[in-house]
Design a protein around this ligand. Structure first.
Ligand code: MLT
Length: 264
């Protein structure tokens, strides 16, 4: 784990592999650790840059009730600045994808390509926003154990191994209640980013687990259709986190896509 100062706050990040810089944002409520198979064996040709988002893992938290996707995007841009990188492939899983798309809206000139894994470009409806507020309230009043159990049941398919389940549970349980509340409210405030994808002129790799109940394949198809020439991969039999349940498939897809579309 490396550490930088971004916007005056400590930002911890992983920097693994060699090649095209790939800035990857983790999902909710995880840390950079939720990319462990890829961090342990990075895709050929990729330099993976994976921050612990503010308040998660070892990174300092932000003040305020919500952690917006624009704040996450700013953190990503700040990390690229700190590393002297003009451009990178930018991507993420789920909430991390929302952050990647917010970054693309803020400054598409920094985005060499997009890697969108089990995420979506649409915003929450009124019911979804109410659920975010309920999650934030639950975290702040009761703690996160109930949220962790509920999420764990949704993010992994029933076939996921006990080792993956246990390790992921430890990651989720490490996230402070305040950060869970901030990120939940921030996701509820996110804007629709279909316009960002329609304007994006670079390459895009869209990956989705066949059995993802949170951001199902239809959401991935919708994103891929907005970016001409994008690559869509549906990973059979896995849920919301294919990088944990089918890491070899995701690694190989990234290797092929990088070699074809985004090598330096
Ligand atoms: C995530 O995995 O980041 C979350 O499930 C995203 C969400 O709740 O929208």
């Amino acid at each position: 784990m490396k550490v930088s100062t971004v916007q005056g706050r400590t930002l911890a990040y992983r920097d693994e592999g060699q090649g095209t810089p790939v800035l990857l944002f983790h999902g909710f409520p995880f840390t950079s650790e939720a990319f462990w198979p890829l961090l342990e064996a990075p895709p050929e040709g990729a330099r993976l840059l994976v921050p612990d988002l503010p308040g998660f893992g070892r990174s300092a938290a932000v003040d305020g009730p919500a952690l917006t996707m624009e704040q996450l995007a700013d953190v990503g841009l700040g990390l690229l600045d700190a590393l002297g990188l003009e451009r990178a492939v930018v991507g993420g899983v789920s909430m991390g994808g929302y952050a990647a798309l917010a970054l693309t809206r803020l400054d598409p000139s920094r985005v060499q390509g997009l890697v969108l894994i089990d995420t979506q470009a649409t915003a929450d409806d009124a019911e979804g926003k109410a659920r975010r507020e309920a999650t934030a309230n639950e975290a702040l009043t009761k703690g996160t154990s109930g949220i962790v159990e509920t999420m764990l049941g949704k993010v992994l398919s029933p076939e996921a191994s006990a080792a993956v389940r246990d390790r992921l549970k430890a990651v989720m349980s490490s996230v402070p209640a305040k950060t869970v509340a901030q990120a939940s409210l921030g996701m509820g405030q996110r804007s629709d980013t279909r316009d960002v994808l329609s304007r994006f002129s670079g390459p895009a790799l869209v990956v989705v687990g066949e059995k993802d109940p949170i951001t199902p394949p239809a959401k991935a198809k919708q994103m891929a259709e907005l970016v001409p020439g994008s690559t869509l991969l549906e990973v059979p039999k896995v849920g919301h986190l294919p990088q944990l349940e089918a890491p070899d498939v995701v690694r190989e897809a990234m290797e092929r896509w990088l070699a074809e579309h985004a090598s330096r």
